[in-house]
Each structure stands twice: as C-alpha cells, then as structure tokens.
Ligand binder design. Structure first.
Ligand code: CUA
Length: 181
C-alpha cells in the first residue's frame, strides 16, 4: 500500500502507471476547470456577475480638477463630522468620487431609478471601492479613471468601504452614497 507518509517502494516512481482513481480525479478537475472557464463570460452576460466598466488613463491632478468642478457645481449642503459636501448631480449625469488616504470624497446623493456615469480614481495608493450592502467591488488605482454605470434601485444610505489594505487608516476609510426617492 502506497501512502504519502511513506517513501515510494521504487526509486523510479515517476515511471509507474498512474493509479486509476487519480486519473479519474484529474479528469474531473480538468472538465470542471473548463466548465468554470466558460461560465465566467457566460455569467458576465446572463447573470450580471461582473461589472462592465471602462478604464482611462488620467493623473491625480486631472482627476481632482474634474471632481472639484463636480463638487463646485452640484453641492447642495455639507454634513458629517468633517463637514463634507453632499453633491447631487442631475439625473443621468456624471458622478465623481475621489479615493485617498483615508477617505472617499465627496458624499454623493443620487435619485432612485436614475442612471449615472460613476467616475472613480485614487489620489495616492491603491484603494478598493466596496459598496455596501450591494456588494459591488472595484479596485481603485492612481492614474486610472474607472467608469461604470450605476442605477440605484432602492433608496437609503450606502457605505463605501475601502477593501484594499492601504496603511494605518485603512479601516477608517469609509465613504457615503445617499439614494433618495
Ligand atoms: Cu484605502 Cu484601504
């Protein structure tokens, strides 16, 4: 009886025929791997499994100036402990959110059932955009502008959590998106 705990009886173990049960397992794993490889694009189309997002080159300065214009134009009030602007873009408009050590800026207020173009970038390190509790996840990198389409389908207050470790303040990096009727 061979086992992984004892050394092989024959020194030339690589010349021995492969055990039948092992061949069956290798076949099952190979076929399952093919099935799952096929399911990735299939679920993308039929199950909204992966986000269809676009990515463009940018710089922190260029992205910040677009975000600043967005804030200057559409801020409706300020709130929270840091007195952050709450920005309400017109329905169907563009939304800018800046990720940086260690927060998301600004707070965004959207209307339910309206579709927005959401723009994301980082000012410094790699961050993660994790929309809770909807469980949308996007990696946010400096010098890249990530754009996706967002249609909030229920009103409420949503948190944006950073889910890429970004240093000592990582656990405090929380943003806010408000959805109103
Ligand atoms: Cu930003 Cu972790």
């Amino acid at each position: 009886m061979n086992s992984t705990l004892t050394p092989p009886k024959s020194k030339l173990w690589w010349n021995e025929p492969v055990e039948k049960s092992e061949l069956i397992w290798i076949s099952i794993v190979f076929v399952w791997g093919l099935v799952m490889s096929f399911m990735m694009p299939y679920w993308h189309v039929t199950g909204n499994q992966n986000l269809s997002n676009e990515t463009y080159k940018t710089t922190p300065e260029r992205f910040m100036s677009k975000a600043q214009s967005f804030v200057d134009e559409y801020t409706v009030r300020n709130e929270g402990p840091r007195n952050y602007p709450v920005v309400k873009p017109p329905p169907g408009g563009d939304v800018y959110m800046v990720a940086r050590l260690w927060d998301f800026w600004p707070i965004v207020e959207l209307e339910k059932d309206q579709t927005y173009r959401f723009h994301l970038s980082s000012m410094d390190w790699q961050h993660g955009f994790s929309l809770q509790p909807a469980n949308i996840n996007i990696q946010v990198l400096p010098k890249y502008e990530h754009v996706f389409t967002l249609t909030p389908n229920s009103a409420g207050e949503y948190s944006v959590i950073c889910n890429e470790y970004c240093g000592i303040g990582h656990h405090m990096m929380i943003g806010k998106i408000l959805v109103v009727e």
